[in-house]
Design a protein around this ligand. Structure first.
Ligand SMILES: *[C@@H]1O[C@H](CO)[C@@H](O)[C@H](O)[C@H]1NC(C)=O
Length: 155
């Protein structure tokens, strides 16, 4: 009985979310711009946050998609990573990262020009009043090379 109730609740919530989606798009709070690293890596084409805006001390799901002009190799050093930063660009928590090539739906090597999408679940947003920005990146952690990187912007 309790489970039925939960299923109905989830169904209703899903329907409500689908209904609300067009409105949420209009008031999407978070825009993404280039990361402040040199040389400037390409941005993701699109990043969807859920919830948007992110909530301090809660989890966020990040769906990031893009296509870039170089191959992303099959290499365990290639990580999808999320950083939460203060206004000086200092990390507020340990980097959240996952091996890029092991993400569901990703088939490495990802050839140049191929569209790819990563979903990062249960990313913990630091419970900090200093939270100013977040970055989402795919990076060769060993070589320090960013394949793609986007940083949130208030403007
Ligand atoms: C938030 O994410 C962490 C892992 O990053 C997980 O252990 C925890 O259960 C999640 N919390 C909720 C409420 O989903």
């Amino acid at each position: 009985m309790k489970q039925n109730f939960i299923s109905v609740f989830i169904l209703l919530s899903t329907l409500l979310m689908v209904n609300a989606a067009p409105y949420q798009l209009n008031k999407r709070a978070t825009k993404f711009i280039a990361c402040p690293v040199k040389p400037t890596p390409p941005l993701f084409n699109n990043i969807i946050l859920s919830p948007d805006p992110i909530v301090k001390g809660s989890n966020v799901t990040i769906t990031a998609s893009g296509s870039i002009s170089v191959d992303i190799p099959k290499n365990i050093d290639v990580l999808a990573q999320v950083a939460f930063l203060d206004k000086d660009g200092i990390l507020l928590a340990d980097l959240d990262f996952v091996e890029f090539c092991s993400i569901e739906g990703i088939n490495c090597p990802v050839k140049a020009g191929t569209n790819f999408e990563i979903v990062l679940n249960d990313i913990q947003v630091p419970d900090s009043n200093d939270l100013d920005a977040m970055t989402v990146a795919v990076r060769n952690n060993n070589a320090g090379v960013f394949f793609v990187c986007s940083e949130s912007s208030d403007e």
